[in-house]
Design a protein around this ligand. Sequence first.
Ligand SMILES: Nc1ncnc2c1ncn2[C@@H]1O[C@H](COP(=O)(O)OP(=O)(O)OP(=O)(O)O)[C@@H](O)[C@H]1O
Ligand SMILES: [Mg+2]
Length: 156
Amino acid sequence: MAGLTISCESSRPEDTRSLGRQLGIVAQPGDVFLLVGELGAGKTVFTQGLGEGMGIREPINSPTFVLLREYQGRLTLYHYDLYRLANVESTVTREWEEFLYGQGVSAVEWANRASELLPADCLLLEFLIESDTRRVLKLTASGERHVALLSSLHCS
Ligand SMILES: Nc1ncnc2c1ncn2[C@@H]1O[C@H](COP(=O)(O)OP(=O)(O)OP(=O)(O)O)[C@@H](O)[C@H]1O
Ligand SMILES: [Mg+2]
């Protein structure tokens, strides 16, 4: 399957948010964003931008112990945070899979905690912390649709 990788630099939270916003504006049903990176790397900031781009007005955050939250915008956004996922097999329900392969857009924080259950056709975003305010984002697209999405992105 065709793939594409690009790197983007972010020197402040607004850069990361704006990257999310750009993708949120053009996101289509079934798009999957897998977010990987250490605590405080910017996965939620990215998702906030994504939601903004999708026209979601409700504030997006990552409340403790909530693995999945749903937001309504131009499309439905399923925001997963798998940080506290203890036992993948018993926790990941059929509904989750319906969402991931359905007509909404999914953003999955800590996607590496359940990689075997997540779609291979996705946009993987790896966040690297370089300093207090600098991040490098490595974006890898798999599948035609996500490659097209990534090709449309303009970043520094
Ligand atoms: N360039 C940057 N991009 C994103 N966030 C940044 C950047 N520089 C500083 N920050 C700060 O880093 C923090 C990122 O927090 P965020 O909640 O998005 O991280 P996270 O990856 O979701 O962490 P967690 O794994 O705890 O969910 C925020 O406090 C934000 O202000
Ligand atoms: Mg987070």
